[in-house]
Ligand binder design. Structure first.
Ligand code: PRX
Length: 640
């Protein structure tokens, strides 16, 4: 497959940071790229506080089950809170929060610390112990980081499920993580409407055991069902709890969280991250890549339900003692000026968002943006998918006023921190390329035989060395961890992305080369979509593929064979779309559903997704079809 990858994005111009930015940047010296790997990670570890120092940097004796900072005792919540409370930052704003309806809350480090302690004490009172899993299913409310940090503080493991996931998707994650506690809200606001979070939780828990308590934040005030003895309001839960609590002294390898992400099978993977390495990795990258200084207001527009929110709204920025902004709602609510208004009102300096949002605003025209000054911005970032050069330049000109470097940051749920980007004070930017491997990491492009390919040749993007922030395993399935990431090429971590590397060592990401789609910067596996589609009682077979989409990057296209006797039509199409929302969530709603008589399959019965994808993308050459069982199936799909 690697040989077939062709680079689509061609380099268009090179941009340099301004002299002013360079002079003030935290990293000015390119020698950071030649720093010794071990030295780099030892120095990075000085950015966080340790209760007990580590004795050895890396233990690779059980590879690929790597261990970092051996013997060190640490707690990421301590680094995000206590250490700042014991410093001049005590009264500094930690979180600036704005609700979709205009509500505003500022939490200083001290206030956040006190709230976290109260909640952590309440969890302890309930018998939540070190290592116990707690599922968090919330909208973007201040209680969200409070709950996460409280878990971390007592050594409990949080498993956050994005609030846009359905009850069924939530149930699967609660069951897999064996959570005893679920933290949710009555509802969350999205475009002025209420998303019924608690109702979803109730549905997800029907018929399963194990969850002892559901803690409910009151946010939207909609009526909800309350299960006696199980459900408790957040405010009642923390009532009377002490605002002081010493952080657990945890082993650096103690698990911090599980976060589920899509892979190439029907079942999402529970990616496990640990306190020590993840704390070091997120802190050093936040500092150096976002060039974050104490006086900055930093805003990452992600949802905490995704890894970007974990690492770069909460853990990285708070560990650094930064001021991080959280916005609850939709980017264009009540008008497309909302984000730009927030930037001006809070004086945001560093802004981190996704290409899909950039393309969305680009298409709306500049009128909503011109009304705002955006003059406080000094650095911009993107994440989630390759950014097309046109959108990059629009972002640079219209949002950054040609005055802000852009860091295009490549990473994954599994890597925990950014791995490929440009350090903004020293490296030029090439629109469409994420940049170079971050110091202390090593990336390469391999062909099918595991050999490094030549410059600008496409291939498999791999990481040649482990780094402290990387996942430790897949929860409950260590074999899958080894098979998915460490088996294809000896000693290399397989990212699942295709890429090429140019003569300057810049990586150009070409997208996923496995059966995973990237819809609006979010990963969704085609197998996951297909197993949800065939769960519909009238569907016999299904194939899901991605198709380029102007705003979302990729759109989901489903080809469906109905059960015998079913007459498909628009009504059924809509029903199946809604069914997918119920099965997984809105991100799984197919943009197009085509009913067909049969799917193209190999003689051994495997759906030829590659061929379907080629047709959906409008390619004339669909590649090798010598193993195709029945060519008429292709003609049918072509017609659709
Ligand atoms: O394909 C890459 C794409 O997003 C995938 C990781 O998705 P997820 O684990 O959901 O994390 C998203 C946020 C970190 C990668 O395998 N991706 C992410 N960032 C970029 C990217 N592709 C190109 N350029 C990026 N900057």
């Amino acid at each position: 497959m690697a040989e077939k990858i062709e680079s689509l994005l061609k380099e268009e111009g090179v941009y340099h940071p301004s002299d002013d930015f360079r002079e003030k940047a935290l990293v000015k010296d390119e020698s950071i790229y030649s720093e010794d790997y071990e030295q780099f990670w030892k120095r990075a570890a000085e950015e966080v506080d340790w209760f007990e120092p580590y004795s050895e940097l890396l233990d690779d004796s059980g590879a690929p089950f790597f261990k970092w900072y051996i013997g060190g005792k640490i707690n990421i919540a301590y680094n995000c809170l206590d250490r700042h409370v014991n410093s001049w930052r005590k009264n500094k704003a930690a979180i600036l929060w704005e609700g979709e309806n205009g509500d505003r809350v500022v939490l200083t480090y001290y206030q956040l610390y006190r709230e976290v302690n109260r909640f952590a004490n309440a969890l302890k009172g309930l018998g939540v112990k070190k290592g116990d899993r707690v599922t968090i299913y919330l909208g973007m409310v201040p209680e969200f980081p409070i709950a996460m940090l409280a878990c971390a503080k007592i050594g409990a493991v949080h498993s956050i499920v994005f609030g846009g996931f359905s009850a069924l998707a939530l149930r699967e994650r609660i069951e897999d993580s064996q959570s005893k506690i679920v933290i949710t809200a009555d509802g969350s606001y999205r475009r002025g409407k209420v998303v019924p979070l608690k109702e979803n939780v109730d549905e997800s828990l029907e018929g399963i055991d194990g969850v002892e308590k559901v803690v409910v934040v009151k946010r939207t005030g909609n009526e909800i069902n309350f299960v006696d003895g199980r459900d408790i309001w957040w405010n009642d839960f923390i009532e009377g709890q002490s605002t002081e609590l010493e952080a657990e002294h945890l082993d650096s390898e103690h698990p911090l969280f599980i976060l589920y992400t899509s892979g190439t099978t029907g079942k999402p993977k529970g990616v496990v991250h640990v306190h020590g390495g993840y704390n070091v990795g997120t802190t050093i990258t936040t500092k150096l890549i976002f060039d974050l200084k104490d006086e900055d207001v930093y805003w990452c527009t992600a949802d905490i339900g995704w890894v970007t929110g974990h690492s770069y709204i909460i853990y990285g920025p708070l560990s650094l003692g930064a001021t991080t902004l959280m916005y609850e709602g939709a980017p264009d609510y009540p008008s497309p000026g909302r984000w730009w208004d927030i930037i001006d009102r809070y004086g945001v300096n560093v802004f981190y968002t996704a290409p899909t949002a950039i393309r969305y605003f680009m298409r709306l025209g500049d009128e909503y943006i011109k009304k705002h000054s955006l003059s406080t911005l000094r650095l911009l970032g993107t994440v989630g998918e390759p950014i097309n050069p046109e959108a990059w330049r629009w972002y640079y000109r219209t949002i950054g006023k040609e005055n802000c470097p852009i860091v295009d940051t490549w990473w994954q749920t599994e890597t925990g921190m950014i791995f490929i980007t440009t350090l903004p004070g020293i490296l030029p930017m090439k629109p469409g390329s994420a940049g170079k491997a971050f110091p202390g990491t090593e990336a390469d492009i391999l062909n099918e035989n595991g050999e490094s390919v030549g410059l600008n040749e496409g291939g498999y993007l791999v990481l040649k060395k482990p780094s402290p922030s990387m996942l430790r395993t897949i929860y409950g399935d260590p074999d899958r961890y080894v098979n998915v990431y460490w088996s294809k090429f000896k000693g290399c971590y397989l990212t699942g992305d295709g890429a090429r590397k140019d003569e300057d060592g810049y990586f150009w990401i070409l997208g996923r080369i496995d059966d995973v789609l990237n819809v609006s910067g979010h990963r969704i596996g085609t197998m996951e979509l297909e197993s949800a589609l065939v769960a519909h009682p009238l569907v016999a077979e299904a194939a899901a593929v991605g198709k380029p989409h102007e705003i979302k990057g990729q759109a989901i296209v489903a080809f469906i064979v109905m059960k015998v006797g079913v007459i498909p039509g628009d009504e059924l199409r809509e029903e199946i779309r809604e069914f997918m929302v119920k099965e997984i969530g809105s991100i799984a709603k197919p943009d197009e559903i085509h009913f067909v008589e049969k799917l193209p399959k190999t003689r051994s019965g495997k759906i030829m997704r590659r061929v379907i994808r080629a047709i959906a993308e409008g390619r004339i050459d669909v590649g090798d079809i010598s193993t195709l069982e029945d060519e008429s199936a292709l003609d049918e799909i072509r017609k659709k």
